[in-house]
Design a protein around this ligand. Structure first.
Ligand code: GDP
Ligand code: ZN
Length: 330
């Protein structure tokens, strides 16, 4: 099947046999599934899902990337990703060797899912929010399994730490994927946006995705089933388009560590620390042991939560360790 004729004037003239170039003129689209060198692109004009290969080894694309496609001359109906258009943002992670990896691009929101059980590690939550902060992606906290909160017989899991996120301006939505409660309010938060969902395993991310998307998820993405296209290749990231917005998913958000940055930029991942840094005596203050530090002063008065400050210091250390590993390789 040859691609549908785009509604635009014919591009540079030459005829190739019976087919004119215009029949297969360049097209643009959004990457909705990425398997390393192979991707699925949703074409702008027709909404078709086109299986494409990447042209050249240096091109790197992930779900959410805007791309330009060219027909692959040797195979009719096959497309090559020619180019990646500039990104509005990209969520990066670092692997254990300190190397950056892109997870997904052009996101409107990072939704971090937590639950009363399994026990939530707030340091992991802070690492997600730090990665989003580095990339300039607005955060959202989704507290799942609200049906387990404050139950008479369950000893009442402590969710006080959620309050700290509310205080620093992160929106919090409380839901139960199992009971279906809170989903409408959550959908209002997701409406018109592309949201990447992240979270520790067991928090109910798949249950929540299923509750929000129904069959749309499994029908369009091999991420959750490991079948088809995905079986023999590593899925980097995928996006599902729904009536009210888009959800993105990636195995890259498991075991997440933000990319390595300059030590002085780690604070960009902690909004309440970054906004006080201007009050420190030293411009390059890392807010750890420096004198006349506005951040340490705010920790002392309780304006900054000590646990968040501790988390910041842990990320500062992790950042240094990963940076050293990276240095050894270079
Ligand atoms: P994932 O690893 O984050 O994808 O988590 P799953 O979706 O596989 O869910 C992990 C476990 O939590 C499963 O046993 C789910 O049935 C359970 N679960 C998910 N959502 C809820 C919820 O809202 N309430 C309760 N009580 N259990 C849930
Ligand atoms: Zn300081």
């Amino acid at each position: 099947m040859s691609p549908r004729r785009p509604h635009r004037p014919q591009a540079a003239g030459a005829r190739t046999g019976a087919r004119t170039v215009s029949e297969a003129a360049p097209r643009s689209g959004t990457v909705v599934e990425s398997y390393g060198r192979r991707v699925i692109v949703r074409a702008d004009e027709t909404g078709e899902r086109l299986a494409c290969k990447l042209r050249g080894r240096r091109l790197e694309v992930v779900a959410g990337d805007r791309v330009v496609l060219q027909p692959e001359s040797a195979h009719e109906g096959a497309w090559l990703v020619q180019d990646r258009l500039p990104r509005r943002n990209v969520l990066l992670r670092t692997d254990s060797r300190g190397l950056d990896e892109s997870i997904a691009a052009n996101l409107d929101q990072l939704g971090v899912v937590v639950a009363p059980r399994p026990n939530c590690d707030p340091f992991i939550v802070d690492r997600y929010f730090a990665g989003a902060g580095y990339a300039g992606i607005p955060p959202l906290l989704i507290l799942n399994k609200e049906d387990l909160l404050g139950g008479a017989d369950d000893g009442g899991p402590d969710f006080g730490f959620v309050e700290i996120y509310r205080r620093i301006g992160i929106p919090v939505e409380q839901v139960s994927a199992k009971k279906g409660t809170g989903l409408e309010r959550l959908i209002e938060r997701l409406r018109g946006k592309r949201t990447l969902l992240a979270g520790q395993s067991g928090v109910g991310k798949s249950s929540l995705t299923n509750a929000l998307c129904g069959d749309a998820w499994r029908a369009t993405s091999e991420l959750s089933t490991g079948s088809g296209e995905g079986r023999h290749t590593t899925v980097a990231s995928a996006i599902v388009q729904l009536a009210w917005g888009e959800l993105a998913d990636s195995p890259g958000v498991r075991d997440y560590a933000p990319p390595v940055v300059d030590a002085k930029d780690v604070q960009a991942g902690f909004v309440e620390i970054a906004e006080r840094a201007a009050g420190c005596r030293f411009q390059d203050c890392l807010h750890v042991r420096e004198p006349q530090c506005a951040v340490q002063a705010a920790v002392a008065t309780g304006e900054i939560d000590p646990r968040r400050h501790e988390s910041y210091q842990r990320l500062l250390n992790l950042n240094r360790q990963l940076d050293e590993k990276r240095g050894w390789r270079a």
